[in-house]
Design a protein around this ligand. Structure first.
Ligand code: NAD
Length: 258
């Protein structure tokens, strides 16, 4: 079997959190193009249902939507149980849901701080833990978490201390789980995207005015596109990455290279 064939995901059962739109939707599309079954998990069930219907109609694998808030342990456990029940197992978890708040540190309330940390960091822990329990029982699985280049550098000029801290936490969480589970068949990696054109960046009124500035700062002179994160995730999900665990993959057009 050639390398491209080995990278296919035929028959793999996957869920994607934050799968309704943006990076999650794009990577879910790539997983389905590669032959997988993909559950679209999101708090926004209307958009998730549309995305799942679109993917289900266009590809051989199955897709369906699940409403789940990744900060709610019971909803997370029920989500993973539903994926296992519907698909018959769970091979890959893409824990990707996240939000950003751009608030000066001195003005941020404890509730605002907690919201970002709960979704971006605790949400990744809860989903990785629930997926990990199933994968440890099976003796195999690949978990991919979404961090950010904000884990590596402090983006300017927008103030986003809670976001930066949450994403730095995702990298250490990823490495910790990878080491705990390394001998038990479960791999855990994360991706650290640079600025990507999605609703998170393009539809935020506070961020819109900054896009020209980011483009000027970017070595490639532009934002990334969601589809530019597809291949790294397909690699991490599949069977050609069996020695890859505990790693963080920066995909940022060299933004953090200087
Ligand atoms: P997006 O806003 O386009 O999509 C995020 C999705 O997550 C939405 O569909 C939203 O409904 C869902 N979501 C939010 N809170 C949730 C919760 N509690 N439970 C379940 N789902 C929830 O964002 P995106 O740009 O596609 O970002 C996806 C991930 O990539 C995030 O973790 C983000 O921090 C990260 N990221 C984005 C960029 C970027 O520039 N866009 C860069 C680096 C990292």
């Amino acid at each position: 079997m050639g390398i491209i064939e080995k990278m296919r995901l035929d028959g793999k059962n996957i869920y994607v959190t934050g799968g309704a739109r943006g990076i999650g939707k794009s990577v879910a599309t790539a997983f389905m193009e590669a032959g997988a079954n993909v559950a679209i998990v999101d708090v926004d069930i209307d958009e998730a249902t549309k995305t799942a219907a679109e993917l289900d109609a266009a590809h051989e694998g199955r897709s369906f939507a699940i409403k789940c808030d990744v900060t709610e342990p019971e909803q997370v456990d029920a989500m993973v149980a539903k994926v296992v029940d519907e698909f018959g197992g769970l091979d890959v978890a893409f824990n990707n849901a996240g939000i950003c708040m751009n608030i000066p540190a001195e003005e941020m309330t404890p509730a605002q701080w907690a919201k970002v940390i709960n979704i971006n960091l605790t949400g990744i822990f809860l989903t990785a833990q629930a997926a990990g329990k199933v994968m440890l029982r099976q003796g195999h699985g690949s978990i991919i978490n979404t961090a950010s280049m904000s884990a590596h550098i402090v983006n300017v000029p927008q103030p986003q201390c809670s976001y930066n801290a949450s994403k730095a936490g995702v990298i250490q969480l990823t490495k910790s789980l990878a080491i705990e589970w390394a001998k038990r068949g479960v791999r855990v990696n994360c991706i650290s995207p640079g600025y990507i054109g999605t609703d998170l960046t393009l539809s935020s009124e506070s961020l819109k005015p900054l896009i020209a500035q980011w483009n000027a700062m970017a070595p490639m002179g532009r934002l990334g596109k969601p589809e530019e994160l597809q291949s790294i995730c397909v690699y991490l999900a599949g069977d050609t990455s069996t020695f890859t665990t505990g790693s963080d993959f920066v995909v940022d057009g060299a933004f953090t290279a200087f």
